[in-house]
Structures are given as structure tokens and as C-alpha cells.
Design a protein around this ligand. Structure first.
Ligand code: XMP
Length: 323
């Protein structure tokens, strides 16, 4: 008779056995997975856990601050804010290849974790373990796709994308779970609903929503458009009905007219899907009023965008993210 309470006890026992009296570093992104992993680890090993928020400059608007506040308000878990935006964005500047982006980001994450582990070392002894909120679908999709031929669809940075040379052992307490199960486990652990209900957000962040090359300016434009889009979703009461919604900044400029002038600016694509586990997904059927209203706001409020389109692709054949 399988219950989440039993799973939780078993997961805690497994963490204790693996970690022994060692120290663990856990990357915290503010997403459901890493939050649940962090709280589970904290229950298992207490203050031998340190969380690190890798603020890579690829997060949504205000996200880093919100995550820090939420965590500091609710938990007594040591939490380091690593402000490393320049490191990441310099390395990604102009990069257009989705797999190179993922691998670059995965490598930098490890560099940051290792550097932080050194800073936290007690008597010269650094953390032996790195924890991640890897889920079962991340594991399968990095290896094969829905029972098909064994090809890599995307190197999820928290699975295949990690450099081999890493000198910490991985702890992945959610590796057997699907997203809905992680949310259930989170409730079992008493996480506030604000964490549990958050839309998924990929580790490589906005970098994989800037096809055609990442630049600081494009990230800024994208961040603003994305914030307006999510604001409209919340105002319309649709946030919880949607699995995940986000803006993508296309590397295409189109002609428009504003006042009596010609504009030549980027196209923004909006994405929203429903899904149970992220393995398959359907595009969300907004009404046209919602789309029109959101497009108008984005075009009026974000400099650099003069056209908005809606992505009506389901998964398969599309993936949820564009890269
Ligand atoms: P795709 O685009 O593969 O996305 O249909 C499925 C789900 O996984 C998220 N995703 C990622 N999450 N690291 C992550 O932590 C990644 O590299 C990554 N790539 C995609 C995506 O946002 C969606 O929820």
C-alpha cells in the first residue's frame, strides 16, 4: 500500500544512508523540484545542508528576490545567494546553438557549486555531495524519447549536461518521481502552496528562450515581455489551469507602425501548455480577447517588440521549450 508519507520516510532514510555524516550543497532555483528536494534534505540531514541560489541572470523578472524571501521567511535552511550573472552571460553572449547553451550553463553551474563549496569548507573539508531536483522525465528524455530510438532530445543540464570532472557525488532524491508526485511530496512536507503551484522553469532559464543568440539586451526585452504575460495570466485567473506559460523572443525583426513612424523590431512568441508530467502537452486554448489584450500590452510596454504571435504546437511533435 503505497503512500506519499511512506515514500517520504523511505527517501529520508535513503538520503541518510548515502550521505552519512557528509555535507550536501543543493542548488535552489525556486522551482517546485529544487524546493522539495531542499526541504526533504533538510529533514534528513539538518544543517549539514546548504542551499545555493545560482542567480545566473537568466531568471524571470524579480524571481531571485522572491525565492530568497520565500525561503528565508519559511525555512531556517542556510541559503547562499550566488550573484553570478556576468559569468553566465559573458559565456553565452551571441551563442545560438541550443546544446552548446545547455552544456555551457551546466558547466558553469558546477563551477559555481564547487567554488561555493570551497568557501563553505570546514577545516579545509568541502561538501562531498551535490543535490539536484532531477525528476524521472528528465532522466528519460535525456536518454531516449517516449520509447522511441535512443536519441538525446535535450541535455537537461541537471542530468546529461553535467561535466564528468565534477568532484562531488550527486544526490537526486526525486529521481523516481513525476511532477505531480513531487507536488504531492511537497504537500506532505508542508511546503506553502505558493511553492507547490509554481509553473516549472528550466535550469538554463531564459537562455533557451532566446533562439538565435543570447545577448543582455535580448534577455532584458524577454524578461519584460514574460512578466507582462504572466501578469495577464494571473489577472485572468488562468495561472493554475496552465502547466507552464512563457514568452520566447524570436531572432526575427518585422516592420510595424507606431504613431506615424515605421518600426522594425523583434517578434515575441507566447507559449502556454497543459500537461500532466511534461512528457506530452497540449497548447492552451486561450480566448482571443485574452491574446489580443496581452499582445497590446507587450507591444505598448516593451521597447524592442512590435509583433506578438501565439504558439499552437502540442508535444509531440513540438517540445514545450523552443530549444
Ligand atoms: P521540453 O521542452 O523538453 O520540456 O518539452 C519539458 C519540461 O522540462 C523543462 N526543461 C528543463 N528543465 N533543465 C530543466 O531543469 C533543462 O535543461 C530543461 N529543458 C526543459 C521544460 O521547461 C518543461 O517543463
Amino acid at each position: 500500500d503505497w503512500t506519499m508519507a511512506a515514500y517520504r520516510d523511505q527517501a529520508i532514510a535513503a538520503i541518510r544512508e548515502k550521505v552519512g555524516d557528509g555535507h550536501v550543497i543543493c542548488g535552489l532555483s525556486g522551482g517546485v523540484d529544487s524546493s522539495v528536494a531542499a526541504v526533504l534534505l533538510h529533514e534528513a540531514i539538518g544543517d549539514r545542508l546548504t542551499c545555493i541560489l545560482v542567480d545566473h541572470g537568466l531568471m524571470r523578472k524579480n524571481e531571485a528576490t522572491e525565492v530568497l524571501e520565500l525561503f528565508r521567511e519559511h525555512y531556517n535552511i542556510p541559503l547562499v545567494h550566488a550573484d553570478v550573472a556576468d559569468l553566465f552571460i559573458d559565456a553565452l553572449e551571441g551563442e545560438a546553438d541550443p546544446e552548446v547553451k545547455r552544456k555551457t550553463i551546466g558547466k558553469l553551474f558546477i563551477d559555481v557549486f564547487e567554488a561555493e563549496a570551497k568557501k563553505l569548507a570546514v577545516d579545509g573539508k568541502t561538501a562531498e555531495f551535490l543535490a539536484q531536483g532531477t525528476l524521472y522525465p528528465d532522466v528519460i528524455e535525456s536518454v531516449s524519447f517516449a520509447g522511441g530510438p535512443s536519441v538525446t532530445i535535450k541535455s537537461h543540464h541537471n542530468v546529461g549536461g553535467l561535466p564528468e570532472r565534477m568532484n562531488m557525488q550527486l544526490v537526486e532524491p526525486l529521481r523516481e518521481l513525476f511532477k505531480d508526485e513531487v507536488r504531492e511530496l511537497g504537500r506532505e512536507l508542508g511546503l506553502p502552496e505558493r511553492f507547490i503551484g509554481r509553473h516549472p522553469f528550466p535550469g538554463p532559464g531564459l537562455a533557451i528562450r532566446c533562439p538565435g543568440g543570447v545577448t543582455r539586451d535580448k534577455l532584458e526585452i524577454l524578461r519584460e515581455a514574460d512578466a507582462i504575460y504572466l501578469d495577464e495570466i494571473r489577472k485572468a485567473g488562468l495561472y493554475d489551469a496552465i502547466w507552464q506559460a512563457f514568452a520566447v523572443l524570436l531572432p526575427v525583426q518585422t516592420v510595424g507602425v507606431m504613431g506615424d513612424g515605421r518600426t522594425y523590431e523583434f517578434v515575441c512568441a507566447l507559449r502556454a501548455v497543459t500537461s500532466v508530467d511534461g512528457m506530452t502537452a497540449d497548447f492552451y486554448p486561450y480566448d482571443m480577447d485574452f491574446l489580443g489584450r496581452t499582445a497590446t500590452r507587450i507591444i505598448n510596454e516593451v521597447r524592442g517588440i512590435n509583433r506578438v504571435v501565439y504558439d499552437v504546437t502540442s508535444k509531440p511533435p513540438g517540445t514545450i521549450e523552443w530549444e
